[in-house]
Design a protein around this ligand. Sequence first.
Ligand code: ATP
Ligand code: MG
Length: 792
Amino acid sequence: MPVPGNIPIYNRKLIIFDVAMSDLLINLNSEQLTAVTLPDEPALILAGAGSGKTRVLTTRIAWLIEQGKVSPMGILALTFTNKAAKELQIRLGTMLSISTRAIWIGTFHGLCNRMLRTHFRDAGLPEGFQILDKSDQLSAIKRMMKGVNIDEEKYLPKNLQNFINSAKEQGLRPNEVDVNNAFNKKLVELYLRYQDQCLREGVVDFGELLLRCFELLKHNEPLRIHYQSRFRHIFVDEFQDTNKLQYAWLKLLVGSRGVVFAVGDDDQSIYGFRGANVGNMSDFEREFCVQHLIKLEKNYRSHGNILDAANALISNNANRLGKNLRTDAGHGEPIRVFEALTDLQEASWLVDEIKLLIDQGLSRQEIAILYRSNVQSRVMEHALVGAGIPYRVYGGLRFFERQEVKHALAYLRLIQNQNDDTAFTRIVNFPTRGIGLRSLELLADAASLYQCSMYAAIAYMKGKASTNLGAFVKMIEKMCFEIENMTLPDAVRYVIESSGLIAHYQMEKEGHERVENLHELVHAAMVFVAEEGYGRDESARSFVLDARVTPGMSLVERVTDADDVDMTPMAGFLSHASLEAGDNQAEAGQDAVQLMTVHASKGLEFSTVFIAGLEEGLFPHENSTSESPDGLEEERRLMYVAITRAKARLYLSFTQSRMLHGQTRFNLKSRFLKEIPETLLKFIMPRGQAVSHRFFSSTGNRSDWDRDRFSRSKVLSHEVSTAMKIDQNLAERSRAADTGFKIGQSVFHAKFGQGKIIALEGSGSEARVQVRFYRHGMKWLALAVAKLQAID
Ligand code: ATP
Ligand code: MG
């Protein structure tokens, strides 16, 4: 990656302030102050984690408004997650005495959605267009493939999904994708079919939100000029993770008069796998002739040990722009490392620690558990539930992904848009109404013959099938009619009842929780309406936009007027459900421990952070390490992000064995642990002996926390029982070794060919080995059956 060009870097000693000292500026250091008060010219703030990039960005917005340099309407701020957007809004709210509602703050997807809702006609979309989340998109792809008899073995739906998404991320429509072989040609053809299907059904996937909005701005000059003149200042947080299309969209929006203020950190670029292009930073500098490149070098977040660990780790990456981070906070506590036998033990240790921390007065929301892979959360969630500790899971669409919630949302979507075949197929026979697969096949044929939606095709059905389908249509029509004048929460309540969903789950043996979730959806609608400021008299389906747009107004006037009233409560709620990460395990506002993937933790900070599952294959993830050095570097950046979320206390844990995807795996401890200097670490459950490298706090005293927590006797009893368990475990493994095989050995299998043993398990006739075959990937094999041959 090219190092930024010869742009003067601000020297804090040389700065002369000629700005009136606002209260907003009081606590900034001199580099931050320079950044906040820059003239109206493009700027790039390049700095490490916790150095105040987001704080600078927020303060600059507040300062520009306070100084009367721009009105809130003239600001667009792009963040990476909905949570970050919400935090930005809250921070601004506390800094300014005026309302911040007119500022456009959101993610790229969220803001594109907003524009498309406002200009749906110009964008060629139906008014009630719905958003397909990833799993909806996959089922839509499968349905399309089934319709044209494509062999799912040859063209894996998931691969086609990746192909389509990656083309969209590069801004490519089917006719623009390079076709270099027959296989690719077929993928492009399927991409085209999928696109037609989406258009017919009035749905868009995540990639489409961006691409369509980009095309809208590109081809509609008056609209482009309108937005260019509206948004005089555009802010981008986490700029290192923008992809090619997002950057192109940004350029369109900025035009010749807008001013971009971008903040980023190349060491935190963690979305390369999704097309993020860290090179956008150097492109930005060059293409926008950036004259203000500011580096922030002081870290305000973490204690010294944590920062030293992060710096040491990331220095192993070759491709860096290079930054130095220092802190005035002392060393702080050592980084505690825990080795568990199993993932269950890791989870129960983690919960014990958390209980202690809470007892010592730490609030739950200051504690985060981070993991590399979503699949790790379940065991930890289970342990937290068992201990009665409220927690919240961020990242992914947790709440909204639950089956019953998706069913309810599908009813709402179909009410909004009867062409939405994905929603239709999900619920037409749920709860069961005697509509079988055969009827649905006939219906799909009719829809394809008459080129209409499945819902519309019901009119062409004859015989027995048509009776039950007809009853379904009547029910949906009744729902449409009944909710017409209801508020959004009432409409949701009405739909979950009258669809039969509540009654269905009440009859299920374990449906209690599902019924609760359906009620929670009503609650979510209430919170949504309150937060978004929809009036009580606005019915769920009222189309505010149309009422506001008076014929005869100029396009620009219309747009200005309509900008801030861009969707009905129902459309807004459904978009929110698709876009927002769920967080409903703990009640809203309740103090809860935070669980999330490392990806989702970007930009956040917590007093105490646990990073679980530091094992080779898991973190760094096996997919990344086997691919290329770039993959490993991205994993290391991910670990850097994880470490730098911690303010005061950091725990790292790994396990000897772990149940993953239904298999027990034995992994080595992560190389990332080895890249952190041992002097910073304290092994709190060492193998057989107490290993403690830096027991002492910066004052020279062993910290109170350590003394209380790890009284010697407790450590010893812990160690003895661990040592016993480890002995059992080793004995178990050596029995497996009695079979004549060992970890790391090369073997040959008649069907899978050559490979290497990764793990051994069990003994005698139960003995199993895990082998990474060069051509067939990972396999678990029972030794009694597999007839493996050792080849070295
Ligand atoms: P990341 O790279 O993780 O997104 P960042 O560079 O955006 O981090 P911020 O989140 O803005 O960093 O700031 C980190 C912490 O440091 C926050 O708690 C912030 O309030 C605090 N902070 C930043 N600047 C100062 C300052 N000048 N004085 C006191 N605290 C500060
Ligand atoms: Mg930040």
